[in-house]
Design a binder for this molecule. Structure first.
Ligand SMILES: Nc1ncnc2c1ncn2[C@@H]1O[C@H](COP(=O)(O)OP(=O)(O)O)[C@@H](O)[C@H]1O
Ligand SMILES: [Mg+2]
Length: 287
C-alpha cells in the first residue's frame, strides 16, 4: 500500500483559545491505481485531509506512512516523497505568478534541479497530458486563459514534477458546463491513460458516481463511510441526507420510482443505467 494514515488527528491553533479540531482519528489506506472521491459537508475536514496526504501539514496526533516510511520522522525523505504526491489546491489559478505558461509549468521541475534543456520536454509533456498545445500556449500569460484552461495549466504544473498521485480539491468548482466536462475528461485520462492515482474532492455527486471507484464520506472530522459509489449511494440514502449531502439526481428519480412500486433496481448511478431500467419498464408495460 502506498499511503497509510494511522490514527491521524489534526487541530488548527493547537492549545490556543481558538483551537479547531479539524480531523479526529483518521485511519486510511490508499493503494496505487485507485480513484478515490471524497465527499462531505463544508468544514468537515476534506481540505485538511488532502494537505495531510501530501505531507504539507503534520498531524497533531498519529502517523503518516508513505511507502512504509513515517514521513514526519524522516524529514530528509519528506521532500522526495512530496514529489510523488501532487496537490492541486482549490482555485489553483489564484497561485499563478509567472509571466507565461512555460515558466509557470517549469517552475516546479526547475526548482527541483531539472536541467534547462530537459525543462522544454517536461513542459511539453505536461501540456500534452492536459490536452493543450505547447506552441500555442507556452508564451501566453496564464492570466489570459479561460477558467477551464487555467485549471488545466494548474494541473500541468503539478504533472511537470511527474507525481504518481494527483490530489484535486474541488477541481470543477465554478466552471461552466463545457469547461467542466473538458476538465473531467482530462482527469479521466490521467487515471486511465497515464495511470495516475487520483484522490479528488467534489460536491458534484454525478461526477463522483461516474468517476470514482471508491468514495469516502466525511462528517465532522471523521470518515464515516468508505465504500464503492454503488454501495454508498444505494445503502445510505437517508444517512447521506441526514448529514446534508445529496445523491446524483438520477439516483433519486429511480429511488422514487421504486418507492411507488415500479420494478426498477435501486442504486442507479448514471443516466445510462437509468435509461436501461426505464426502457425495461416501458417494454414490460407494452407486453
Ligand atoms: N487555517 C485554518 N485555521 C483555523 N481553522 C481552520 C483553518 N483551515 C480550516 N480550518 C477549520 O478546520 C475545519 C475543517 O476545514 P477544511 O479542512 O477546510 O474543511 P472542508 O475542506 O471539508 O470544507 C473547519 O472547521 C475549518 O473552519
Ligand atoms: Mg475544502
Amino acid at each position: 500500500m502506498f499511503i497509510h494514515l494511522k490514527d491521524v488527528s489534526y487541530t488548527y491553533n493547537l492549545n490556543m483559545p481558538f483551537e479547531t479540531v479539524a480531523l479526529k482519528g483518521i485511519n486510511l489506506k490508499v493503494n496505487r491505481g485507485e480513484f478515490i472521491g471524497i465527499i462531505g459537508h463544508t468544514g468537515c475536514g476534506k481540505t485538511t485531509l488532502l494537505q495531510l496526504l501530501n505531507g504539507l501539514i503534520e498531524p497533531t496526533k498519529g502517523q503518516i506512512f508513505i511507502e512504509n516510511i513515517d514521513i514526519h520522522k524522516n524529514k530528509k525523505k519528506l521532500k522526495e516523497i512530496r514529489k510523488k504526491i501532487g496537490l492541486s489546491f482549490q482555485y489553483p489559478e489564484n497561485q499563478f505568478f509567472e509571466e507565461n505558461i512555460f515558466k509557470e509549468i517549469a517552475f516546479g521541475p526547475k526548482n527541483m534541479g531539472v536541467a534547462e534543456e530537459q525543462l522544454v520536454q517536461s513542459v511539453k509533456k505536461s501540456l500534452q497530458m492536459v490536452d493543450m498545445d505547447y506552441q500555442s500556449f507556452k508564451d501566453r500569460s496564464p492570466f489570459s486563459l479561460s477558467g477551464g484552461e487555467m485549471r488545466r495549466v494548474a494541473i500541468a504544473s503539478i504533472l511537470a514534477i511527474d507525481p504518481e498521485v494527483i490530489i484535486l480539491d474541488e477541481p470543477t468548482a465554478s466552471l461552466d458546463p463545457q469547461s467542466c466536462s473538458k476538465l473531467l475528461s482530462v482527469i479521466v485520462d490521467l487515471y486511465q491513460k497515464y495511470h495516475k492515482t487520483i484522490i479528488m474532492v467534489s460536491h458534484n455527486m454525478e461526477i463522483m458516481a461516474k468517476l470514482a471507484r471508491r468514495i469516502i464520506v466525511m462528517e465532522k472530522g471523521e470518515i464515516i463511510m468508505d465504500d464503492t459509489p454503488r454501495n454508498i449511494f444505494q445503502k445510505s440514502i437517508d444517512r447521506l441526507e441526514d448529514i446534508g449531502l445529496s445523491l446524483p439526481q438520477v439516483t433519486y428519480t429511480m429511488y422514487k420510482l421504486k418507492k411507488i412500486g415500479k420494478p426498477v433496481s435501486s442504486g442507479i448511478l448514471t443516466v445510462e443505467e437509468a435509461k436501461e431500467e426505464i426502457l425495461k419498464l416501458v417494454n414490460e408495460n407494452k407486453k
